[in-house]
Design a binder for this molecule. Structure first.
Ligand SMILES: NC(=O)c1ccc[n+]([C@@H]2O[C@H](COP(=O)([O-])OP(=O)(O)OC[C@H]3O[C@@H](n4cnc5c(N)ncnc54)[C@H](O)[C@@H]3O)[C@@H](O)[C@H]2O)c1
Length: 281
């Protein structure tokens, strides 16, 4: 293989494509020869990205919480580039934060609309369009917060678990139509979303992500885009209902307790010094 995935002449809609992981996916897809519609609410950034990529990319102002906008994004893609073969749900926000006891129903509903209703609408309408043309591939961006608790705010965590659930459920129905449905679960990634947590300081968030990473890598949007392109491509033709974790090893372990060294911290926590022989039961 020459490093290129077989994605030339595909037509892919990328929600949230104006920024971060979505933008990196748009860039990688056009570099592989795909046509891409950037479906995002950020008009200025979306148009600028599309113009920088030339005739293979197009911006379509889309609020992913609105069904009519999702339908319009598909119509736009098909009018300009032909039948859609791929759909990526990457639009997202951190949404409601704070204690479960203080989270308002309004904040909960708004967060779920951007993170979950959007994915439902994307899969629903992408599948309808793909069914008419013999199949396709859909990839949604979940999160490692969709795999366990404590890695994101409550509503975000619930929503990202939901994305993985719908990925499995939709995959089980749509396989018969030649439509594959997969997800990626990124760990902390250096994007405007995470940079906002440090007041927009990318260097600071990059170092925070790198130092929390077992591999010692600050995950970049391109790292996630690589996984998305794999799942969209025919290289993954036998893969559906899968969630690909791309997290530099964060979910391989709880915070390092030293089990893989000679002095496991867990024994110290249990009141035993690391230079003592383990006690016999
Ligand atoms: N950055 C991370 O550490 C990380 C980790 C795991 C998962 N994710 C997920 O990756 C996805 C992309 O996030 P990112 O980090 O690239 O963030 P980002 O802020 O760079 O990009 C998110 C994009 O979504 C768009 N968007 C937000 N609400 C929208 C709406 N209603 N309609 C249309 N577009 C909308 C924004 O305009 C923006 O362009 C999200 O689903 C996020 O939850 C991110």
């Amino acid at each position: 293989m020459d490093g290129n995935l077989p994605l030339s002449d595909h037509c892919v809609v990328v929600t949230g494509g104006a920024s971060g992981i979505g933008a990196a996916t748009v860039q990688a897809l056009t570099a592989q020869g795909s046509h891409v519609v950037i479906a995002d609410i950020q008009q200025e950034a979306g148009i600028a990205l599309a113009e920088s990529l030339g005739p293979r990319a197009l911006f379509c102002k889309t609020d992913v919480t609105r069904e009519e906008d999702i339908v319009a994004a598909i119509t736009t893609a098909e009018r300009h580039f032909g039948p859609i073969t791929g759909w990526v749900n990457s639009a997202g926000v951190i949404g409601a934060v704070g204690s479960i006891m203080e989270t308002t129903v309004t904040a909960f509903d708004q967060t779920m609309a951007v993170l979950c209703r959007s994915v439902f609408l994307g899969i629903k309408h992408a599948a309808t369009a793909m069914k008419a043309h013999g199949g396709g591939a859909i990839v949604s961006v979940s999160s490692i917060a969709g795999l366990m608790g404590g890695l994101g705010p409550h509503t975000y965590t619930m929503a990202k678990h939901g994305v993985i659930g719908l990925t499995r459920s939709a995959a089980s129905e749509l396989s018969a139509l030649g439509i594959r449905v997969n997800a990626v679960a990124p760990g902390g990634t250096v994007t405007p979303m995470t940079a906002a947590l440090t007041g927009g300081d990318s260097a600071l968030i990059s170092e925070a992500i790198r130092s929390a990473s077992p591999l010692g890598i600050a995950c970049m949007p391109e790292d996630i885009a690589g996984g998305i392109l794999y799942l969209l491509s025919d290289a993954a033709r036998n893969v559906t209902g899968h969630t690909l974790t791309i997290d530099a090893g964060i979910t391989t372990c709880t915070p390092q307790m030293g089990f893989h060294t000679d002095s496991p911290q867990v024994l110290l926590h249990a009141g035993q010094r690391s230079d003592q022989e383990p006690q016999q039961a």
